[in-house]
Design a protein around this ligand. Sequence first.
Ligand code: GRF
Length: 221
Amino acid sequence: MTAPYPRLAARKRIAVLISGRGSNLPSLLGNDLGGDVVVIGSNKADAKGLDIARDAGIAHFVVSHKDFETREAFDAALVAALNEYRPDLVVLAGFMRITTPVFTQAFAARLINIHPSLLPSFPGLHTHARALQEGVKLHGCTVHFVTPELDRGPIIAQAAVQVEDDDTADTLAAKVLRQEQQIFPYAVRLFCDGRLRVDGLRVTTLPKSTTPVIATAAARV
Ligand code: GRF
């Protein structure tokens, strides 16, 4: 029997940060991301999402922001904890901390976040209540690269939901979350497959590579 050819492209190592339920973890762990979630980190020891990491046998860590006097010191500790796992990509999946350039620069161009609104509308918190208050008819979610400016980096993917007359912040959150669970793994997969090109705030998607990811032994010497 012939052994399979070795793959040229190594699978990407993905680190995920959470602060709470980890409600996007099942969709990230349950889809083929073109890479592996090698660690899940949190700034809160009681984050429910850490149970998902434990159940899935994935390495996890906690760096509590309460142990640091400044945001920069916390971010430096977080960068150090993440670097132990040599991530190619860091994914913020409900990580509820405002980060500083210490963090964003350490993982520049390999740091993505999911935000529960159609950015650039409604950056920051309480997005569903604000969407209702503003009377928008379309709301949604955004996956974007993280830059030093809060919720303002290049947009990778978005999905919209209709705001119905009887929606509340809670029903809207549930509808948006279902969309998050679709676009988040999709966006991570595009990153892992090297298909994202960033030009200013604009992200374009490269076609799927037609180059086979196999090599003969001769080609590798
Ligand atoms: C999601 O809505 C995500 O967009 C936002 O945080 C929520 C997930 O948090 N950034 P959690 O996992 O339910 O705690």
